[in-house]
Design a protein around this ligand. Structure first.
Ligand code: SF4
Length: 459
């Protein structure tokens, strides 16, 4: 029987492991039992020592690296991380999960890139571990854990709305009775025993409540609990002094994520040139298309709102942070994935937009101060007067307008020049013009090296 702790770091057994592992000073020591588990994991790649994390901290970092590689590396080899999917790793994995959650809670903001990545990695590891089990083991373990996680055998269907909107499940997959999703076998039998006179109610449960539904619910419940756990630590963080090992781990996590994300970064713009890719960098006004130059110089009443709030906000933010958006459409990117502390947004992007708003006739915020909130919302930070990580994700980061839309909605701004030939989006104009400036050695110094600031701060 596979133990719950293999999938559920919040089960009693897992919490006991954490309680008994009070000595955090040994997490940097070589752990021969851990090394043995890894070395004897079936199909584990042992061709190089670097594949073997030999202490708990290294295991925590490898777990993060695994997730980033699993998601981004086209040559990802599951044998490099086979040990993450053997049951014997559960003991160490539980410790690593709780240490990482604490490190993230102390060092990073709620909903930060680091936190989101960790929560998603937990969901992915559950999915992959379920996939590594035999069907009978998987069913038994899923039912046990759902029993542990849910107070009753049901959840309100609204709890599953995120899973449904992600299209992993459809409402028609769910068995809903009085607004509650029925997942538990006993609950099903209790509610529907009388309804199936000529068929086994237990068999009907297997048919109607599919494995996929239960596994998705399990995964999402643990991801949600992970978020709550981090939030809970953050709320109490002023009362407790974190152990130095946790702070060191937090620094190492930041370094690992920065390095890995840089390696697999899609924050580049394919400028359709033989040389290839333009790295992100400071905004180069010389490369702006005529429509953007005209917007920055100021727009008269009538087109002001759309020009500043919809057009310039999305253009300036993507041009500065993620010019490769159209090469990677569908990627669920947030501003803070690139501008971690929002420094670039606050110091470079918003000032440009606000300056353009001031240049309008009459100045946009003079008679319409609420448009500042609309600008913040178009960057993905909800309806608030300032950008903050806490509110990120409440609205969507609005993607840049195409030339076609500019011509329809803001025709007065589209004054084509020769750079517009063959272009269908002002952002493509910008990346191409910037690329040409770079080739000619005319980019300002801060951009000449292709300075890629997807870690923090600005460049
Ligand atoms: S063609 Fe496109 S890039 Fe050129 S000015 Fe018009 S909207 Fe801007």
């Amino acid at each position: 029987m596979v133990e719950s702790s293999f999938l559920n770091p919040f089960c009693d057994e897992a919490l006991n492991i954490v309680r008994n592992q009070a000595d955090l000073s040994i997490v940097f020591d070589v752990d021969s039992r851990l090394v043995d588990i890894i070395s004897f994991s079936p199909h584990q790649n042992l061709s190089d020592e670097s594949y073997i994390p030999e202490n708990i901290i290294n295991l925590a970092l490898k777990r993060i690296k695994w997730y980033i590689e699993r998601k981004n590396n086209k040559e990802y080899n599951s044998h490099d991380y086979a040990y993450l999917f053997v049951e014997d790793i559960s003991f160490y994995d539980v410790i690593v999960f709780h240490l990482t959650a604490q490190a993230i809670a102390y060092k990073f903001n709620f909903n930060s890139r680091e936190m989101r990545l960790f929560v998603q990695s937990q969901g992915q590891i559950i999915e992959d571990r379920l996939g590594s089990l035999m069907l009978s083991e998987k069913r038994e373990l899923t039912e046990d854990i759902l029993g542990e996680l849910m107070v009753s055998g049901t959840v309100e269907w609204t709890f599953l709305k995120d899973i449904i909107s992600s299209k992993k499940l459809s409402l028609t997959d769910l068995l809903i009775d009085n607004g509650e999703v029925i997942l538990d076998r006993d609950e099903f039998i209790y509610r529907f025993e009388d309804k199936f006179e000529d068929r086994s109610v237990s068999k009907m449960y297997d048919v109607l409540v599919g494995d996929n539904v239960k596994e998705e619910v399990l995964k999402n419940l643990i991801m949600q609990k992970t978020e709550e756990y981090i939030q809970n630590i953050q709320e109490k963080s002023h009362l407790i002094e974190p152990h130095p090992s946790i702070l060191t781990l937090a620094d190492e996590i930041e370094k690992t994520i920065d390095e890995e994300m840089t390696k697999y970064s899609t924050f580049y713009a394919n400028v359709n040139s033989p040389g290839g890719y333009m790295e992100i960098g400071k905004l180069v006004k010389e490369a702006f298309p005529p429509c953007i130059k005209n917007t920055i110089e100021g727009v008269s009443s009538g087109g002001r709102n759309d020009a500043i709030v919809l057009f310039l906000t999305s253009f300036a933010s993507y041009a500065r942070l993620y010019p490769g958006i159209f090469a990677n459409e569908g990627a669920n990117i947030k501003v803070s994935d690139i501008d971690k502390n929002l420094d670039i947004t606050e110091r470079e992007i918003l000032p440009l937009i606000f300056e353009a708003a001031d240049n309008c006739t009459p100045p946009l915020f003079e008679d319409q101060p609420q448009e500042k909130i609309n600008i913040i919302s178009k960057l993905g930070f909800g309806m608030h007067s300032e950008v903050s990580l806490e509110h990120e994700g409440e609205t969507k980061w609005y993607t840049p307008m195409s030339c076609e839309k500019v011509k329809i909605h803001l025709p007065q701004l589209c004054k084509k020049d020769k750079g517009c030939k063959g272009i269908n989006n002002p952002l493509s104009y910008y990346t191409r013009a910037k690329w040409n400036l770079k080739k000619e050695g005319k980019l300002p110094d801060s951009n000449q090296s292709g300075n890629n600031s997807n870690s923090s701060g600005g460049d």
